[in-house]
Design a binder for this molecule. Structure first.
Ligand code: MG
Length: 339
């Protein structure tokens, strides 16, 4: 295979705040492979929280290049991905870009969209939420009104004045399904209080109330929680999931964390075996990154694939949201083109 990549910048339509800080954009990496005249594409959305950056992605791809260039049969997805993991260790966004590109190539080669290759029905994909980042309560209420087309909103909390922020959103969206993501910001006692407050405002579930690794604290909070708890920062790959059995109600899968669509599907089935519900989320990503997750969406219970919808500009077209509904289309592979 021939491979190439380029780093590019995307900007958000509005400053995007979560408990860890505010973003106005991100550096993403567009990865391309070519074999027998067919191209496969993938996107890396590296996150500092998980120890990655555009620079680490480029260095990792340099390291992987010799083995990728020797691949003679891209259909051997399992063994190619296993070899990549043994060369590189876990670099979630890099593996996701390469895995997405390999699957895109296979789909184009056989002339089928990935959802069809995997035996899925796009009608089973749940509606996606749209995220309202942390800001002043009146700004969050304004963003809530701007997001009127979306029936489900995900509210970022985990800062002082959480209640004023959630109240402002609830008053601007009295009938909508609301979900809350604290992004690991609360202490155990704050989480117990925060979850009770969320229940008061009719929130459906709370995502990642606590820091990512303390199981005893998670048990303490869950025993006192009146809403389901979904973890995101605590569930990176499939082998993390059995440890969470009994401590949470669901997990949030992201391709940039886990390493791509193949590991994402493994995570879905592992979570099901543990009786957990499954959410599928994203980073700030273009339509190229979102597409790779969107094809997995018919397998999950909750979807939060608004990454491209939060951007000011999107260099790609393909699977997208219409009023929260995921439109997958029939184009082969990921179904993504340049805008
Ligand atoms: Mg989250």
């Amino acid at each position: 295979m021939n491979i190439s990549w380029e780093t590019f910048k995307v900007h958000t339509a509005h400053p995007f705040g979560i408990s860890r800080g505010v973003k106005t954009g991100d550096d993403l990496v567009w990865f391309r492979l070519e074999h027998e005249g067919i191209e496969g594409w993938g996107e890396a959305a590296p996150q500092g929280y998980y120890g990655e950056s555009a620079a680490t992605v480029e260095a990792a791809l340099q390291k992987l290049a010799p083995s990728l260039e020797q691949v003679e049969d891209p259909f051997r997805l399992e063994s190619i991905e296993r070899d990549l993991r043994s060369t590189l260790g876990h670099n979630g966004s890099v593996h996701s870009a390469v895995s997405s590109a390999l699957h895109d190539w296979v789909g184009k080669r056989v002339g089928l969209p990935l959802w069809k290759m995997w035996g899925l029905d796009p009608a089973n994909a749940p509606l996606s939420s749209f995220t309202i980042g942390i800001d002043e309560p009146d700004v969050m209420a304004e963003k809530t009104k701007e997001a009127s087309e979306y029936p489900i909103l995900k509210i970022k909390l985990g800062s002082p004045d959480d209640e004023a922020r959630l109240r402002a959103v609830r008053e601007a969206a009295t009938d909508k399904t609301l979900r809350v993501d604290a992004n690991a910001a609360w202490t155990p006692n704050e989480a117990v209080e925060g979850i009770a407050m969320c229940a008061h405002y009719g929130v459906e579930f709370v995502e990642q109330p606590l820091s990512h690794c303390d199981w005893d604290e998670l048990a303490f909070v869950r025993a006192r929680a009146s809403l389901p708890i979904v973890v995101d920062e605590s569930s990176i790959i499939a082998t993390d999931i059995p440890k969470l059995d009994g401590l949470v109600d669901g997990i949030n899968i992201k391709l940039a964390k886990c390493g791509g669509p193949r590991e994402a599907i493994r995570m879905v089935h592992t979570a099901r075996a543990c009786g957990l519900s499954v959410m599928l989320g994203c980073m700030l990503e273009t339509t190229l990154g979102i597409a790779a997750a969107a094809h997995v969406a018919p397998l999950v219970d909750y979807v939060d694939l608004d990454g491209a919808a939060l951007l000011k500009e999107d260099p790609f077209t393909g699977p997208h949201l219409e009023a929260g509904r995921i439109i997958l289309g029939d184009a082969p592979g990921l179904g993504v083109d340049r805008a």
